[in-house]
Design a protein around this ligand. Sequence first.
Ligand SMILES: Nc1ncnc2c1ncn2[C@@H]1O[C@H](COP(=O)(O)OP(=O)(O)O)[C@@H](O)[C@H]1O
Ligand SMILES: O=C(O)C1=C[C@@H](OP(=O)(O)O)[C@@H](O)[C@H](O)C1
Ligand SMILES: [Mg+2]
Length: 181
Amino acid sequence: MGAGKTTVGRALAKKLNKRFIDTDHEIEARTGASIPLIFEIEGEANFRQREADIIQELTAQPDLVLATGGGAVLRPENRACLKERGTVIYLRASISSILQRTSHDKNRPLLQTADPRGKLEQLAREREPLYREVADFVIETGRPNVQSLVNMIVAQLSQFELAQSAASPSSSKPHDISSNQ
Ligand SMILES: Nc1ncnc2c1ncn2[C@@H]1O[C@H](COP(=O)(O)OP(=O)(O)O)[C@@H](O)[C@H]1O
Ligand SMILES: O=C(O)C1=C[C@@H](OP(=O)(O)O)[C@@H](O)[C@H](O)C1
Ligand SMILES: [Mg+2]
């Protein structure tokens, strides 16, 4: 949460001339309810099912930059869809940056607690290994602005794809993102 997936993902899609979809926005559009309201009415477990259904559906589409919610890595089936069908970028942020970026935002139900730092530390302990497991590469988001991050990702994607095609020239993932630069 607050690492910049939605913001950087949208800017990356623009740069790559791809469609952009954010799974949270898609869930909100389909249900007509905000993420906090879905958590309140249905609970987190039902939200996770909606999230998994959408990830399953959207990772089957080509030419897409997909931003997930930060908890999408929790389900093994989500990790499998993301890893097998796409190139996964882990946008990493320190707890302090996340706190700064999310402090005035009431849109993240898991952080509406008396101790958001403690909650973020707990989530990081649980999730960091899962982010590492699913990521093709990691981008540290602490200092660079959004446009610099987009440029860093485009550079990493080119390197990554070159390395992949050198390793196995005939096999490429169906929905790899490629730079149009
Ligand atoms: N690299 C960055 N530097 C400064 N602020 C950022 C950066 N990336 C995102 N933000 C800001 O942080 C907040 C959270 O970003 P968001 O894209 O919603 O993160 P996520 O989707 O990972 O939760 C937004 O207000 C956004 O403008
Ligand atoms: O980390 C999480 O469990 C969540 C992250 C949120 O998305 P962002 O990571 O885009 O804030 C959103 O899906 C929901 O509030 C749950
Ligand atoms: Mg987001």
